[in-house]
Design a protein around this ligand. Structure first.
Ligand SMILES: Cc1cc2nc3c(=O)[nH]c(=O)nc-3n(C[C@H](O)[C@H](O)[C@H](O)COP(=O)(O)OP(=O)(O)OC[C@H]3O[C@@H](n4cnc5c(N)ncnc54)[C@H](O)[C@@H]3O)c2cc1C
Length: 429
């Protein structure tokens, strides 16, 4: 096989599209552990909530794989990679040769040490299989506890709540979405959840999950000593890069698989992309794990082009979160909680509690490096452009940007053309 891709997520699709931009003919094989067509992972909360039909989840139709001449091997786990002989082994006992390999194995759910976390009625919420199990469980369940008030926990909590389940979300830190939000954004979002009846407790977590004699969950003990009766627990603390395969193959790993600016790993002809890769953070200027959808696609796209022989550098990723809390839209991009002791940062906030609207802009010297919007998110695209393209803003434009002046929000177009390298990413994820 000329190109082999391990993992069938969005990074894999990016890679197929990247390869085919350069090489229309070379054979491509995608090996995926899940026995399902590549699906929109963020959509599993809509599936659980009953808001999206299961057959609307696929990212690309079968025709995409046919026309791109991609051989799909689903329900197949790659168990080992031998970078010397350039072969990999699967659970089916096959040995498959590759010329260029992409490891796009995503993340695995992080499970903290909680007594009782193993056993019935305890779920994570990272794949379609778990979503399906929760849909079944929700049919005869009244109460659920979600551990984790980050993106995945909030989405799981809302989806179960929409199914009529009484949900409590517990978050160890002092606020929900602690990395993406500040205290004001978290407060507005928390109030909205409270209004609809979804309980969120912060500063506390689960220390023990109690199972009855029949093995079923009966409740959880919190770190403050309280007991919450519940019939199910969803552990949604986040994902960690799924790099065991790469590490066992002798590739350099740190927090994720280490890659260079072309998404190449330490082994020749082996690339990595997506949640498993530790790739360039546009703002920090070093390599980090930024496990969000657009980054995974763009990394895959860039890796694909390089695998096929083009010479393209990855332009870097951004942390970004967008979530709507029952009609209250929010978005957070880039650096939103800068170090307090760095005087190079300037933070400008506008809060209107009555309108439930909040805007936070974070400048670092002459650049906008991050922002949070709650309520009115109309200008999000333009603010993102300022962050992403690292546009320098002089004093006058900075003042207009702070004021949300539409004139200044119009002018980056010419800068996009100068700064955006369309070879390194495709805006179609
Ligand atoms: C509930 C939820 C909501 C989310 N919401 C958002 C959102 O709103 N916005 C956003 O930007 N991001 C969101 N994310 C994150 C986003 O889904 C991920 O960043 C993205 O899916 C990563 O894509 P990937 O291709 O790197 O990995 P994945 O989508 O994780 O795909 C990796 C695939 O590789 C397979 N695999 C692993 N090991 C092997 C092996 N050895 N052999 C074969 N196959 C293997 C896995 O089974 C998996 O199917 C959300 C995630 C979750 C779970």
């Amino acid at each position: 096989m000329k190109y082999v891709i391990i993992g069938n997520g969005i990074a894999s699709i990016g890679a197929i599209e990247g390869i085919r931009r350069v090489d229309p003919e070379g054979t491509i094989m995608v090996i995926g552990a899940e026995d399902a067509p590549a699906y929109g992972r963020p959509l599993i909360s809509y599936l659980l909530a009953g808001k999206v039909d299961p057959d609307r989840l696929a990212l690309r139709p079968q025709e995409f794989y046919d026309s791109n001449k991609v051989e799909l091997k689903l329900g197949t786990v790659v168990t080992a990679v031998d970078t010397g002989s350039k072969t990999l082994t699967t659970t089916q006992g096959e040995s498959i040769e590759y010329e260029h390999l992409l490891i796009a194995t995503g993340g695995t759910p992080f499970t903290p040490e909680i007594s009782g976390a193993e056993g019935e009625d305890v779920y994570n919420f990272t794949n379609i299989d778990q979503a399906r199990k929760l849909i079944e469980r929700a049919k005869d369940m009244k109460r659920a506890v979600v551990i984790g008030g980050g993106l995945i926990g909030l989405k799981a909590g809302e989806a179960l709540f929409d199914r009529g389940v009484d949900v409590s979300i517990v978050e160890q830190s002092g606020r929900i979405l602690s990395l993406a939000f500040d205290e004001y954004a978290a407060k507005l979002a928390g109030e909205r959840l409270d209004e609809v009846g979804l309980q969120v407790q912060t500063g506390v977590t689960v220390k023990e999950i109690q199972h009855g004699k029949d093995g079923r969950v009966v409740g959880v003990y919190l770190t403050d000593g309280a007991f919450l009766p519940t019939e199910a627990v969803v552990i949604a603390i986040g994902v960690v890069p799924n790099f065991d395969l790469a590490r066992d193959a002798g590739l350099d790993v740190d927090l994720g698989i280490v890659v260079d600016d072309h998404m190449r790993t330490s082994a020749s002809d082996v690339y990595a992309a997506g949640d498993v890769a530790q790739a360039l953070d546009l703002l920090a200027g070093d390599n980090r794990i930024l496990p969000v959808w657009p980054n995974a696609y763009n990394q895959g796209f860039c890796a694909g082009k390089n695998m096929a022989g083009q010479d393209v550098a990855y332009s870097g990723g951004l942390s970004m979160n967008s979530i709507s809390f029952y009609g209250l839209p929010t978005i957070s991009v880039g650096t939103v909680n800068p170090p307090e002791d760095d005087s190079g940062y300037e933070i400008v906030t506008t809060l209107d509690e009555r309108k439930r609207s909040y805007r936070k802009l974070v400048f670092h010297h002459q650049r906008l490096v991050g922002y949070v919007l709650v309520g009115d998110i109309d200008k999000a695209g333009m603010y993102t452009a300022f962050v992403k393209f690292r546009l320098e803003v002089g004093d006058e434009d900075r003042d207009r940007l702070k004021a949300g002046d539409p004139d200044v929000l119009m002018w980056p177009d010419e800068f996009f053309r100068k700064t955006w390298n369309p070879d390194s990413e495709a805006p179609s994820a």
